[in-house]
Design a protein around this ligand. Structure first.
Ligand code: ADP
Length: 427
């Protein structure tokens, strides 16, 4: 009979272990798929209390700011209580486990010198026995996992320690991942907020600058008509600077419109050849002042396109202005237009300073400039290309750059010939 009873007990024990192991496998799968810290911690303490059949379980994480262990989850504490309760690294069981990076099983906590009474006193709770295991992620101890008071008058065992150690290994990595994810989310939110502030600032600044500037432009143009000699030269400079300011403000407004989706295409059918020619015309004097030559290669018959003429004018203007700006004296700028694959292709090519490979995509980002802003030799706000990209994409096209440092850049964009793709096939 005794043998039978012993056998029955062994079988029961093994069944319990198997069920615990099954539970552990299920839990570890779940831990790996949870990236939200609070629910993750709740799950861990719930599972540990169940598997060890204890009254409570706590998770303490190391707080780098205070150099203490801080409760992050425990059933016997209310959520708002948690963050105010910390445990010192010296003279506490959790502190010992953390420092030594070893598990600990204490059957009579009240008699242990390391036991830190203050937590029990605060919570009006009595810790009798305790197991603690270190939480270790990526080779570093990040906290301690504790289970307290076995239920039903039983004693905590090394089997419980094993269960906790197994789970702690998985839990620590999951906690660390969730923490990283939270930090990432916070950084992302902050970035989003900064972006919104910047966008609001642009909108307010542009609005406030426009009124006084239009007054300056108006009066300066008026005075220019009657001025002679030195005064007229000086007024020309005032007008040029005011116009430059005006175009910078225009860039700011355009960018904001693209960002908020407020821009709409005003479509018309026109000759792309004509548009390119007139844009080049606008830059000829600027280019020749820098001893640059300009060339153009246009298709014949002229390429007709259905698009927003003003917006394409802006795209070409930004590309040409960059080409002139970033090409040294003696350089050459060329614009090529052709039709291919039912698209209009435009290349603006220069023999300028070029753009390193790793910057090819970033130059289209808002405010991005290859040269750091404080040591820049070229003026500008880093908006032209992002506006050009926005305008091209609004037409359903694509823009990119190919370039070699010291040799030159080739900005290429293509647009559908028509904004209503099937209209050409209709009778
Ligand atoms: P901005 O010209 O006002 O700085 P853009 O958005 O037009 O702003 O251009 C972003 C950056 O891309 C420029 O500051 C420059 O570093 C680089 N870039 C643009 N066009 C050229 C070019 N043709 N050659 C060399 N670098 C260029």
């Amino acid at each position: 009979m005794e043998v039978e009873e012993a056998l029955r007990q062994r079988i029961e024990g093994m069944e319990q272990r198997i069920s615990n192991l099954e539970r552990l496998v299920r839990v570890s799968l779940m831990l790996n798929s949870t990236l939200s810290l609070e629910p993750l911690l709740e799950t861990i303490i719930q599972v540990i209390t169940e598997l060890t059949d204890t009254e409570d379980c706590s998770i303490l994480l190391f707080d780098e700011k205070t150099g203490e262990l801080r409760f992050r989850a425990a059933r016997r504490m209310r959520r708002e209580e948690l963050e105010h309760i910390s445990v010192p690294l010296d003279n506490s069981i959790a502190g010992w486990i953390f420092r030594e990076n070893k598990p600990l099983l204490i059957r009579d906590a009240q008699r242990d010198d390391r036991f830190y009474q203050a937590v029990d006193e605060k919570l009006n709770f009595r810790t009798r026995s305790i197991i603690g295991v270190p939480l270790q992620a990526r080779g570093q101890v990040i906290g301690v996992l504790e289970a307290i008071n076995k239920r039903g008058g039983k004693e905590l065992s090394w089997e419980d320690v094993n269960i906790m150690t197994t789970l702690a290994a998985q839990a620590a990595i999951a906690i660390e991942n969730a923490r990283l994810m939270e930090e990432l989310q916070k950084a992302y939110d902050k970035l989003h907020e900064l972006d919104r502030l910047k966008s609001d600032f642009i909108s307010i600044a542009a609005h406030e600058l426009r009124t006084p500037l239009s007054l300056i432009l108006g009066y300066a143009s008026f005075l220019r008509t009657s001025a002679t000699g030195q005064a007229s030269e000086q007024l020309d400079i005032v007008l040029q600077s005011a116009m430059r300011l005006n175009s910078l403000i225009g860039d700011m407004v355009n960018l904001r419109h693209i960002q908020t989706g407020e821009v709409q295409l005003e479509l018309e059918t026109f000759s792309l050849n004509d548009l390119v020619r007139s844009c080049i015309q606008e830059f000829l004097s600027l280019a020749s002042a820098k001893q640059q030559t300009m060339g153009v290669n246009l298709p014949s018959p002229p390429l007709m396109i259905e698009a927003d003429r003003q917006k394409l004018h802006l795209v070409l203007g930004n590309l040409l202005s960059n080409a002139v700006k970033f090409t040294p004296a003696g350089g050459r700028i060329e614009v090529l237009v052709c039709e291919h694959d039912e698209k209009a292709w435009v290349c603006v090519r220069d023999t300028g300073i070029g753009i390193p490979r790793k910057e090819w995509e970033r130059v289209f980002d808002r405010f991005y400039q290859v040269e750091p802003s404080l040591s820049r030799r070229y003026e500008g706000m880093g908006l032209g290309l992002s506006i050009a990209k926005g305008m091209v994409e609004l037409h359903g096209g694509r823009i990119w750059v190919e370039s070699e440092v010291g040799k030159g850049s080739n900005f290429i964009f293509h647009l559908p010939l028509s904004q209503t793709p099937h209209s050409g096939e209709e009778p």
